[in-house]
Write a protein that binds this ligand. Structure first.
Ligand SMILES: [Zn+2]
Length: 55
């Protein structure tokens, strides 16, 4: 099982496999942080895989 990164806040809709993804680190004004969780858990929350992330 892989660990993914998600933004904390209401604007998140995707999970990221790349911790350096621009979508994960951009728009800091609307982002209060980020957290890591198993990919399964992210999917269970309705999040989808980020299309900008490259493994
Ligand atoms: Zn991403």
């Amino acid at each position: 099982m892989s660990t993914v990164h998600v933004r904390i806040g209401k604007y998140r809709s995707a999970y990221h496999t790349d911790a350096a993804c621009p979508s994960l680190n951009g728009k800091q004004d609307t982002c209060v942080g980020r957290e890591s969780m198993p990919e399964e858990q992210a999917r269970a929350q309705g999040l989808t895989a980020c299309r900008h992330c490259r493994k």
